[in-house]
Structures are given as structure tokens and as C-alpha cells.
Design a protein around this ligand. Structure first.
Ligand code: IVH
Length: 766
């Protein structure tokens, strides 16, 4: 029969594609397309070959059972072939399977053993005299790869069976099962791969396959594979009594210590099977590993034997599949979402597609590096996947389906929520919006931080209240908090007039603060309490900080090209050789001599540059490492290149400056602060004595911060903190409700400070 040319060409193309995808899947463990897409291509070819039998060839991919063993792992024959399962895709196909079974057995109702269809890879295990002696992959079903050393690394698998009295194992016990990777291990592996610039796996099954087929079992061991046994392989005749039913076999394997799915159960009749399938589908996402359906097996072994096998699968079992967790779709757009801390996350807007039974229209792309690595573009056809609690993810692009004229995705320069600049600190994967005080996405977080105890300490303004004022649109930024009236507060849930009054009083109290607290309250990224205090002590004037430029925060120095190690090595060498000097006293001679010292990293060109700054050996011998080493150093403690970028970007935003102006405006926020006393005035010289050295203090009454912390800060400043008031006490800090110690201090005429005065003193002391 003549096959029309277009049909012949189509079949040829399908064969090529299927071979290619087979190779990606079985050999590389790195498929380009989801299984469902592969099945679609295979079905199309099968249909063509069925309609045009002249097309069929013995080497067509339709004639294969599975992948050929192609790695360099040794090959082993299976004593009993490892077969496949027929699928049922819906309840009707499931009922059809049951009907065939009932007809074949002449029974009205059949009892089935059910267990999850694990989405991993098949393994055959051989126990000889109770010892694990061989493990092999499925390969082409007849011959697999010897992965004994790799399988031995699976902790849940016993290397020696556990004896059970009265239940001896056969001399040779062949067990079949599925090797898989849990979601947690899969995520951990991929995160690690992403961090180290490696290639993540598309799904746990490929990760399991890739890990098992490692030539080096130490790599397999690190991946922490798991395994469940689901059946028996070759069994010596006559079969032992425990093989009478499928569940009895599994129970026996479990008794010998082999891992068996805890979900296994026995069901009578097909409707119970359909109900169980639905029940497991509902629980699918909560399981710690991927499953792609339920396998139903006729329970009685005698019945299984009566039904027998078709070409490549038993007639007594079926895999009732779940909807695929992977699918192909198109990227309609790439949007950037702003999280509550300002992080921008790229999200693919997709042409809606069914994945694992739900419609997926968005998928995370993690971060801009990930978008670039995968090179996802608008218009691309992509492979998406969802599983477990993982949000849908774009696994990869199908480059051959990319339409012409697409452009790479770029990071927006402005925050899509508030328009502030987007900052991406060098070396960090995450890009962030810098409009922390103003950005709607960061509002709740900014307010929560602003009001917190260590920041503005607005007592009573907790998360629930913040949520309400934000939801009701009463507050856009922290300055708005000070504008709300008693009626505004009293109108909120679980707030009466009294609590509104209390809150207004707390807000009023918070207006008087310290510069350090105010800087900390702004919530600038990487500016914690200590850095805020250091900035306050250094700048003393908020406007000076507001106007600071990079030079005011960082000093650049040293000699270009001189690293820390080279600088240190040179200084050390010179110190260790005090008598050595260059033969020629000219700069040229000095440079040649330096280059001849064979100090790592110090070649002739660099030596020339060093000599340009330190032209004589005498000058060079006086150079310190910091003077030689190229780099930036901090002007303010804790403010390095990263923190200064965050600071400068934050204060550069007009929106942030406007909010700060409102906070300081006497008619709105009215915030004022105490400024630390000049650090250098009281003490001169480099090594200033600790500001409170020689002072003995006593703390009494309730303080707003844990006493231990206050004590530690005082001690850091040189104070001695004593437990009781005596003639030696210099100072008593009296918190709320102070009692007898305060009385005694008064009686002795000792200086007493309240808590506010204490904080002012601490701020002044730096
Ligand atoms: S029984 C002769 N039970 O599904 C029947 N297979 O297409 C042997 N699989 O590669 C299979 N979970 O690795 C069976 N509970 C389960 C299974 C299971 C996963 C895999 C198996 C095989 C494929 C069958």
C-alpha cells in the first residue's frame, strides 16, 4: 500500500523527535518535554502506523518498552522481565479494566490490592540468603544496569533482612520496587544547585534517576534516595504460602524489614477502587513524595496467574493515573511581584493550562538570574510543573518553539508598585524596591517595624491594628499614624475610646526619641540597631546623614591591583628581612627587586605601581597593609559597601524623603530626638577611656528592655552594675514602680536618673 508523502514525512519527524526525547529522558535524565507531551507524540505515531501498516518498522520508537541501558554502569539480565502497566485515564477506563478482569475470572466482584503509583524509577533487588547482593534498574525490561553500590546507600533499605521466627525467607528473593526522592530532598538539591550555579533537575523523578545512575556511589549517598517495594520478581517453585495474595506478600516483605507503602489497602469491587483513587488524589499534594496515580492489582495470586500477561503488561493490574503535574503552555507576560520586604520576584503569566487537576495561570521564576539562566521570554513555550506544596514553576523553555523577535526579560528599573528605584546589590540574587517607607507592598512590614519596641516603641500598636488601618486605607506611611484621631482609632475592631486614648498617648510619647532609634525605625535594609546607633553617633545631625554621599560613608584607598593577601605577604616579608634592601636605590631598582622577591601576586607591573606610591625602601618599610591593599574601608562602623548602597538608595527616593519630612513636621509627626554628645570632646587621644569607667550603678524598678541587656550595655561602657544601693553607689537608674532601693538612694542623696535619661545618656555615650 502506498503511503502519502506528507504522512511518511510526519511519521519520520515523529520518530526523530521521539528518539531525541527518549535519549534526553533515559540517558541524560533530563527531559525537555513533559511525559504527557511525549505520550501525545507517541500516540500520534502509533495511530499513523496503525492506519498505514506499511510505515511500521522494527526500530520505530513504538516498538520499545523502555530505555536502553546506555551508561557505563555494567549491564545485568533480569531473571524475570520487568514489565510495564496499562493505564486507565478515567473512571470509565477503570470500569472497563474491571469488566475484563471479571470476565476473565468469571467472578462477580474482584478484590483488588491498591497502592500509590510512585513517580520514581523501577528497581529490582536480589536478596541471597537474606543479604542484598544485587540491584538493577529496569533498563529495557530484559536487561538493566547494575546499581548495587548506589542502592546500598539508601538508608531505608536493609542490607540484611530482619529475621522473623517461623517465617524463613527463600534462598533467593527477588523484590521489585520504586526508588524516589522526597519533595524536601528534591528542593534542597535544586536550591543548592541554583546557589552554586549548577543545573537543577526538572522534577524529583529525574533527580532520583540522575542520582541512582551516578557512577560514583558517594554522590548517590548525598542525595538521600528513598524506596518502596511493591512486588516480587522471580520466585523459586513451589511458591511459598505467603505469596498467596499480593497484600500477604507485601506484609511479609514489610515483616523482613523492607520498606512498603503505608498507603496500601485492600478493596472490593471497582467502585471502591474509584473512590480510593479520588481520596488519594485529594491527599496527593500532602504526601511528601510524587505519585502519579494508583496501581490496582488483582489480589489473589492464583487469579493473577489465570489472567496472565499481554505483550508488555500484566492483565491483572492497572495504573489509574492522576492528571499530569507537568504541562506545556505559553508565556503571555513576565511580571514582577513585590514582596513585603521589597524583594522583586519575576512571575510568568501563562496561558491557563491544567496541571495536576488545577488551572495554572502564573508560575514563579524565582529571581532574575533564574530568568536569565532559563532564558524565559514572552511568547515562549514552556514546561510548567506543580507538585506538593510547591508553587507552579517554569521548568524550562522549548527553544525550538520560540517565535521570532522575542527579547530577553530585563529587571525593571522602577518598582512596579510604587515607582521607586530598584536596587540590586552586586553579588545578590534578589533585587529590591528602595521605597521602603512609601511602597504599598511593604507598608505593613514598614509600619510594624516602625512601631516596634526597639524602634519608635509605640505601645499597643500591634500587627492586628496595623492590618486594620492599612486595610481601611487610613494609613499609607508611618507619618499617617500621627494624623489619626481618637475617633479613627476608636472605630477599629476591638478598640474602645479608652484604648484609643492609650494609643494616642503612646504615639505622643513616641514623638520624643533618639536619633539612633529614629534611623533604625526607617527600616532601611541592613541597617539594624547597632548600625543605626553608629550612624547617629557619627553624623549627629540627621540632615547630614540625609545628604551623605558615598565618599562620606566609604573611603577608598590603597594601590590598584594589590589584594589583601599580597599586601600582607609583602609587609610580612619586609618585617622578616629587616636587613635586606634593593641593590639599586632608584625606583626602577626597587621595583625590580620587589618583583624578584617572588611574593605571590606581586609581578613586575604591580611592583611598579607600588613604587610609584612608595618610591624608597624606607618609605615602603613604613607602609601599612591598609595603605597598600586596594579597597574600600568603612567610615562608620558596620557601614560597608553593601549597607552604604542601601542607605544611599533609600535616601535618594523622593517618596522616602517626603515621608521623613512629614515625620519631622511639627504639624504632622512632630518627631524630635536627642542627639548624642560629641564623641571626642570629653576625651582626647586615640584610646578614649570607657565613658562610664569607674561608675557604680544600680538598676531598680521596671525597665522597657530586658534588664540583662541594659546591664550589658552599661558594662560595655565601663560601668559596674551593682545589686544593692550603698555608700559606694554613684548613680541609681529608677524604672517604673521602683521601691526600697529608690528610697534608700534618696535617703543617701545619690544621683537618680529615670529611664528616659538613661537612654539619653546611653545614646550620648555612643
Ligand atoms: S507494579 C508488572 N506497583 O510504574 C507490574 N508499579 O508502568 C509491575 N510503579 O516502571 C509494576 N509504583 O516502576 C507497580 N505500586 C506500584 C508502582 C509501580 C510505581 C512503576 C513501576 C513501573 C511503572 C509501570
Amino acid at each position: 500500500m502506498i503511503v502519502p508523502t506528507p504522512v511518511r514525512q510526519r511519521a519520520e519527524l515523529l520518530r526523530q523527535q521521539l528518539e531525541h526525547h527518549n535519549y534526553r529522558y533515559y540517558v541524560l535524565d533530563d527531559p525537555e518535554i513533559p511525559d504527557a507531551e511525549y505520550d501525545r507524540l507517541l500516540r500520534e505515531l502509533q495511530d499513523l502506523e496503525a492506519t498505514h501498516p506499511a510505515l511500521a518498522t522494527p526500530d520505530s520508537p513504538t516498538q520499545r518498552v523502555g530505555g536502553a541501558p546506555l551508561s557505563s554502569l555494567p549491564e545485568v539480565p533480569h531473571r524475570l522481565p520487568m514489565l510495564s502497566l496499562n493505564n486507565a485515564l478515567d473512571a470509565a477506563e477503570m470500569r472497563e479494566f474491571d469488566r475484563r478482569v471479571r470476565t476473565g475470572l468469571g467472578q462477580e466482584t474482584v478484590v483488588y490490592a491498591a497502592e500509590p503509583k510512585l513517580d520514581g524509577l523501577a528497581i529490582s533487588l536480589l536478596y541471597e540468603d537474606g543479604l542484598l547482593t544485587r540491584a538493577a534498574t529496569r533498563g529495557d525490561g530484559q536487561r538493566g544496569e547494575d546499581v548495587t553500590a548506589q542502592v546500598r546507600t539508601i538508608h531505608s533499605l536493609p542490607l540484611r533482612l530482619r529475621p522473623v521466627s517461623g517465617q524463613p525467607w527463600p534462598d533467593q528473593l527477588e523484590v521489585r520496587g520504586e526508588v524516589f526522592l522526597t519533595h524536601a530532598r528534591f528542593r534542597a538539591f535544586n536550591e543548592q544547585a541554583r546557589r552554586s550555579g549548577g543545573k537543577p533537575f526538572a522534577n524529583p523523578r529525574n533527580a532520583a534517576a540522575g542520582s541512582l545512575r551516578q557512577l560514583d556511589p558517594r554522590i548517590t549517598a548525598r542525595r538521600r534516595l528513598d524506596l518502596f517495594c511493591y512486588g516480587l520478581g522471580a520466585i523459586a517453585a513451589p511458591p511459598p504460602p505467603w505469596t498467596g495474595t499480593h497484600v500477604a506478600s507485601l506484609d511479609q516483605l514489610a515483616a523482613w524489614g523492607l520498606p512498603v507503602s503505608p498507603e496500601r489497602c485492600l478493596l472490593s469491587g471497582v467502585e471502591a477502587c474509584i473512590a480510593y483513587h479520588a481520596e488519594l488524589a485529594a491527599r496527593r499534594d500532602a504526601l511528601p513524595y510524587d505519585i502519579d496515580g494508583v496501581v490496582f492489582k488483582v489480589n489473589r495470586r492464583a487469579d493473577q496467574e489465570r489472567l496472565g500477561f499481554a505483550a508488555r503488561a500484566p492483565r491483572w493490574a492497572v495504573a489509574f493515573k492522576f492528571p499530569a503535574q507537568e504541562a506545556l503552555t505559553q508565556v503571555a507576560a513576565v511580571a514582577f511581584q513585590v514582596g513585603r520586604t521589597g524583594a522583586l520576584t519575576p512571575v510568568a503569566r501563562l496561558r491557563p493550562v491544567q496541571v495536576g487537576g488545577v488551572t495554572v495561570a502564573n508560575a514563579t521564576l524565582h529571581n532574575i538570574d533564574e530568568v536569565r539562566r532559563k532564558d524565559v521570554r514572552v511568547g515562549d513555550t514552556v514546561y510548567v510543573r506543580r507538585a506538593g506544596d510547591v508553587i507552579p514553576e517554569v521548568v524550562r523553555v522549548l527553544p525550538e518553539r520560540r517565535p521570532p523577535g522575542t527579547l530577553p526579560v530585563t529587571l525593571p528599573a522602577r518598582c512596579p508598585v510604587c515607582g521607586s528605584d530598584v536596587l540590586r546589590v552586586e553579588g545578590e540574587a534578589v533585587a529590591r524596591c528602595t521605597g521602603g517607607l512609601y511602597c504599598g507592598a511593604q507598608r505593613r512590614e514598614a509600619l510594624r517595624h516602625f512601631a516596634s519596641r526597639r524602634a519608635m516603641d509605640i505601645e499597643g500598636l500591634g500587627e492586628k491594628l496595623i492590618d486594620q488601618v492599612v486595610e481601611q486605607g487610613l494609613v499609607q506611611d508611618p507619618a499617617d499614624l500621627y494624623r489619626l484621631t481618637q475617633a479613627d482609632w476608636a472605630g477599629l475592631e476591638r478598640m474602645g475610646e479608652r484604648s484609643a486614648d492609650n494609643l494616642l498617648a503612646a504615639l505622643a510619647r513616641s514623638r520624643r526619641t533618639t536619633l539612633a532609634r529614629f534611623i533604625y525605625a526607617l527600616g532601611i535594609r541592613e541597617v539594624g540597631e547597632a548600625t543605626a546607633a553608629a550612624l547617629a553617633a557619627h553624623f549627629r545631625d540627621f540632615d547630614a546623614l540625609l545628604q551623605a554621599r558615598r565618599d562620606d560613608l566609604l573611603q577608598t584607598g590603597g594601590i590598584k591591583g594589590v589584594g589583601l593577601k599580597t599586601a600582607a605577604a609583602l609587609v610580612d616579608w619586609l618585617a622578616a628581612h629587616p636587613g635586606d634592601s634593593p641593590p639599586a636605590a632608584t625606583p626602577e631598582g626597587l621595583a625590580d627587586w620587589l618583583a624578584s622577591l617572588r611574593i605571590r601576586g606581586l609581578g613586575r607591573a604591580l611592583a611598579g605601581r607600588i613604587v610609584a606610591c612608595f618610591p624608597t625602601i624606607v618609605a615602603l618599610r613604613q607602609a601599612r597593609v591598609e595603605q597598600l591593599r586596594a579597597g574600600t574601608s568603612s567610615v562608620v562602623e558596620g557601614v560597608g559597601p553593601v549597607v552604604s548602597q542601601h542607605l544611599l538608595a533609600f535616601f535618594a527616593q523622593a517618596h522616602n524623603r517626603a515621608v521623613i519630612a512629614k515625620l519631622r513636621d511639627p504639624a504632622i509627626g512632630g518627631i524630635t530626638w536627642t542627639v548624642p554628645a560629641p564623641a571626642a570632646g570629653a576625651f582626647s587621644g586615640d584610646a578614649a577611656p570607657a565613658p562610664l569607667a569607674g561608675t557604680t550603678l544600680v538598676l531598680t524598678g521596671a525597665l522597657s528592655q530586658p534588664r540583662e541587656q541594659v546591664k550589658a550595655r552599661l558594662e560595655a561602657l565601663g560601668a559596674k552594675v551593682a545589686g544593692s544601693v550603698s555608700g559606694k553607689t554613684d548613680l541609681v537608674i529608677a524604672g517604673r514602680d521602683a521601691g526600697s532601693k529608690l528610697d534608700k538612694a534618696q535617703a543617701l542623696g545619690i544621683r537618680i536618673l529615670d529611664e528616659d535619661a538613661l537612654w539619653a545618656m546611653l545614646d550620648a555615650a555612643g
